[in-house]
Write a protein that binds this ligand. Sequence first.
Ligand SMILES: O=C(O)CCC(=O)C(=O)O
Length: 262
Amino acid sequence: MAPEIEFGNDVYDRLDRSRSTKVSNMTGRILNQSELDFFHSEGYLRLSGAHSKRCLTPLRERILRELSRLKVWAGGKSLGSSLNNLAPFQQIAKLSSMVKIADLDETLNTAEICNVVAGLTGRAPQSGQGTQPLLSLPHQGPWSLRRLYWHVDLAAKSGAAVPGIQVFYLIDDVIEHGGATLALARSHRVAGVAAGRLRGSLKTPGDLEAVLSASDTKIIEMSGRAGDVFLMDMRVLHTPSVNSSSRIRMMATTRFSLRASG
Ligand SMILES: O=C(O)CCC(=O)C(=O)O
């Protein structure tokens, strides 16, 4: 089972697979060996309560104000915008480009998150691309694993070092089937022809259980509580999912590419 990690008061500056180095008393946390091993074998790691309610409540309010300004959502109701007619994934992309939250990156992409990324990989992350909102409106239809948009952000090469980490932040509680990102745990280890076959099978899942079992992979849903964060190796297959709940799905993401240590 995935280790659920609570943030503590110490920071690592680099990954050493046999021991970890505590470098300061800044707000942060120490990743223990089983957490590091979990990330490298499963391709993801969940951090519970990485951000506080105090910082997320004003962020949620700003997002709601922005949705109201854009005439998409106000007072707990849809304002009947044309976004409701889009396919779930087109709606997420459109909302991402429309919704502008000035301090989204500053609020979520903290020094503590950068330290965890460095701790997982032993390399200094570059995060110049900023942080992007991942929003979806409620009642997008029945939840299903069919017709999803499985993709990787960086191609898998067997045995290579982690080329980048994508961080997913829960700005609000996201219940099961509430539109959280889905990831295929362990798929970063599937490379080449097998990766192409796996992606093809996910597009038209006849017997999904058999496909997952043959590839030794497992679908995980990044649902949870506001403040939770998921770190994902960017070679992992992942997809947006259908928001069947009655709440707006409020998540955001930062991509960290990793430069070689020098
Ligand atoms: O909207 C989502 O949940 C997933 C977004 C995604 O696939 C991505 O940022 O690469």
